[in-house]
Design a protein around this ligand. Structure first.
Ligand code: HDE
Length: 724
């Protein structure tokens, strides 16, 4: 086959590709049949008993059926990923909105009628495969596009910068954050001495630490995270012109976080919280969507940014270079098999298509080596591209051969190039062909093992991030630093860290230091340490709204979960009306009662119960509704688990709506002075006290939707006083 024949028109090929990936995977699917066989196809007569010498005798070595089964079982595990071991995946498609021909020749970025199949894997970084989903951590956001020109992988995170500037520090960073090697603790947590020892000695990590201590590291849902390619890449058009580009994924449902107390509790009560949420959304037809955005920096204009575009600890503020939205991604199909797809998928920032290339970011350059290398031990050899989830949907041909687990049966005697024996004419792929061309960046510099001085500023963007936060987000960041550093046993490490933070903002550092039993932060001490660079850029913007999570416009209640707390004798009309209105708004209501089965209304009607208060605690919901009905409310007020439900929802700043007698549950918050709605002095942020008339005329539904669309009422008062 000539390489010149490889290039085809975009649209029809990608169209086919969308169909092909599903068909291709289906081809490898094995359902259950009416009979069982060995791996060689021998039909089994008995899958319950091994072959023994007599009914009560020893098992025979000749039992090849038993041995095949047990041997296979013994080898069912593969090494987990060294990082990003815990992950969840989904299939979907990507569609560009308009041809990007001005910037790139990449076929999948040209035709808006084409759906390019994708497989996405979200992950945490530090924890092992069985660790909890909601730990404080960066999230991986890796997308494999099965394009007509080969697989393109955008292997990013949910935070737009990274801890380190050079790949050679990656093993140190990961060793520091992983469980400490002598006792193997703590799992999936950065709150321990080795991490902060390293981080405090590496001031370049400061900007990323600010993000990692923010609510970005506690996503409410994988569907509510932004994604970032982090590094600068290049888009190359057909004329060979290059533009630097930073990639962004913008979630349709907004960017939202959990409360830290809530995240920790979820980790214990449902370690699969994010995986389940993603799975259930897709199963129920609520397909998560993101828009793809690009920040494009014209060739030669990168010097005007004010910082080095190759430095992965820097982001380009959106107010400096706006994000252009160029397409959307929809995840609409769950994997058929977790191991075969989510576990075996192999991403690599070096999986490129013509029209996209790297930059010289030294962190990215190191990644280009690491990903193939890690697959060799993880997936057991050089043929991992033949695993169904990793196969491209376009034709693939080269003269690589053999190797462990080779699936392809290559025909003919030609396994070299150039050749004439293939099809009788000379076959040669020598650079004059179309296909992938690396950007011909001019280069003439000495070989050198040094960091560019243009990477020396470690604090300016950390300060920009801090200045861009709302006051509740600042409080959360301070609380997170305090929590993490309070787990550090060596006081000198705590001190070093707050001394560094003084270069971000002295007030931040002082607040963090206050409860840590150390001296007030000393910026001079930090500046005197090795690794500290005394260089500061001038931020072109003082703050940037895109760096905040709180107060973004356009909140949505789609797929938000509301717990309706009831017991026998509850008032059904209010519940029915609110259930219907919430379903119209796209939210999901569940009836919770002290027991499963049914619960009776005031009029004796039996309503099915979805969950109990204990099997689905408040941390699994976004809002709580307590309808009236004196029988029900009196019972709930005397029931510890129902009271705890309300206290906890209040503490986690969730919307709470009470109707008629339901208001009595609010008395348990300790703010009330009496049992009548008029007498109760309850803080109002996100607490709706309603009567049945307003429910029936639809006003409460409107208010409830508006309150829930704010996600959380973070500035709610007296949260710390709530004993939950
Ligand atoms: Fe990765 N990273 N990484 N990384 N990374 C891996 O590859 C590595 C970095 C990211 O869901 C590994 O297949 C080095 C930045 C994601 O399967 C490994 C460096 C970013 C995933 C590896 C980095 C990422 C990985 C482990 C520093 C954001 C999960 C298993 C030079 C832009 C992909 C694997 C999935 C996975 C190496 C830094 C994102 C060991 C050496 C920066 C999302 O190869």
């Amino acid at each position: 086959m000539s390489a010149t024949r490889r290039k085809t028109s975009t649209s029809s090929k990608s169209m086919d590709a969308a169909v092909d990936k599903k068909a291709q995977l289906d081809q490898f699917t094995q359902g259950s049949a009416g009979t069982l066989t060995t791996n060689q196809g021998l039909e089994l007569s008995d899958n319950h008993n091994s072959l023994k010498a007599g009914l009560r005798g020893p098992t025979l070595l000749e039992d090849f059926i038993l041995r095949e089964k047990i041997t296979h079982f013994d080898h069912e595990r593969i090494p987990e990923r060294a990082v990003h071991a815990r992950g969840s995946g989904a299939h979907g498609y990507f569609k560009v909105y308009k041809p990007m021909v001005q910037y790139t020749s990449a076929a999948f970025l040209q035709d808006p009628s084409v759906e390019t199949p994708v497989f996405v894997r979200f992950s945490t970084v530090a924890g092992s495969q069985g660790s909890a989903d909601t730990v404080r951590d960066v999230r991986g956001f890796a997308v494999k596009f099965y394009t007509s020109e080969g697989n393109y992988d955008l292997v990013g995170n949910n935070i737009p910068v990274f801890f380190i500037q050079d790949a050679i520090k990656f093993p140190d960073l990961i060793h520091a954050v992983k469980p400490e090697p002598h006792h193997g603790m703590p799992q999936a947590a950065s709150a321990h001495d080795t991490f902060w020892d390293f981080a405090s000695l590496m001031p370049e990590s400061t900007h990323m630490l600010m993000w990692a201590m923010s609510d970005r590291a506690l996503p409410r849902s994988l569907r509510m995270m932004e994604g970032f390619g982090i590094h600068a890449f290049r888009l190359i058009n057909a004329r060979g012109d290059s533009h630097f580009v930073k990639f962004h994924w913008k979630p349709k449902l907004g960017v939202h976080g959990l409360a830290w107390d809530e995240a920790q509790k979820i980790a214990g009560k449902d370690g699969d919280f994010h995986r389940r949420d993603l799975w259930e959304s897709i199963e129920s037809g609520n397909f998560p969507e993101w828009e793809l955005g690009v920040q494009i920096v014209d060739a030669g204009k990168e010097a005007e940014l004010g910082f080095d575009i190759l430095d992965p600890t820097k982001l380009i503020p959106e107010s400096q270079v706006p994000v252009q939205i160029i397409g959307k991604m929809v995840l609409n199909r769950n994997p058929d098999n977790f191991f075969a797809e989510t576990e075996q998928v192999a991403f690599h920032p070096g999986h490129l298509v013509p029209g996209i290339d790297f930059s010289n970011d030294p962190l990215l350059q190191g990644r280009l080596f690491s990903y193939t290398d890690t697959q060799l031990s993880r997936l057991g050899g050089a043929n991992f591209h033949e695993i169904p989830i990793n196969r491209g949907v376009c034709p693939m041909h080269n003269f690589q051969r053999d190797g462990i687990h080779r699936q392809t049966i290559n025909k003919g005697r030609v396994a070299y190039e150039p050749n004439t024996l293939g099809n009788g004419t000379e076959f040669r792929v020598d650079g004059s062909m179309q296909g992938f061309h690396s950007y011909a960046e001019p280069m003439e510099s000495p070989k050198i093992r040094r960091r560019s001085p243009s990477f020396d500023d470690h604090f300016s963007q950390a300060t920009l991030f801090w200045n861009s936060q709302s006051s509740v987000e600042k409080d959360h960041i301070v609380a997170a630093f305090r929590f993490e550093l309070s787990k550090v046993e060596v006081p000198e490490i705590r001190q070093r860290m707050v001394d560094n933070l003084a270069h971000v903002d002295l007030k931040l550092a002082s607040r963090v230091a206050a409860p840590l039993g150390i001296n007030p932060p000393d910026p001079k001490a930090a500046a005197g340490r090795l690794g500290f660079r005394d260089y500061r850029i001038t931020n072109k913007v003082d703050e940037d709204a895109s760096l905040r999570m709180v107060g973004r416009p356009g909140g949505s209640v789609m797929t938000r979960k509301i717990a309706i707390l009831v017991s026998d004798g509850f008032d059904y009309p209010a519940v029915k009306r609110l259930q219907l209105d919430m379903a119209d708004a796209g939210a999901i209501c569940k009836i919770l009662a002290p027991h499963l089965g049914t619960v009776s209304t005031v009029s004796g009607k039996q309503i099915p119960v979805d969950h109990t208060f204990t099997n689905m605690p408040s941390i699994m919901f976004d809002a709580v509704l307590i309808p009236g009905g004196s029988g029900s409310v009196t019972h709930l007020c005397g029931l510890g688990e129902a009271v705890h439900f309300v206290l906890e929802a209040y503490k986690h700043c969730k919307t709470i709506c009470v109707v008629n007698e339901g208001v009595q549950l609010l008395a348990t918050l300790g703010f009330s002075q009496g049992k009548n709605p008029e007498q109760i002095a309850v803080p109002t942020a996100g607490v709706l006290i309603a009567d049945i008339r307003k429910v029936l005329d639809g006003q409460v539904s409107t208010d409830l939707v508006a309150a829930m669309a704010m996600h959380r009422h973070w500035d709610r008062i007296n949260v710390d006083a709530i004993p939950a």
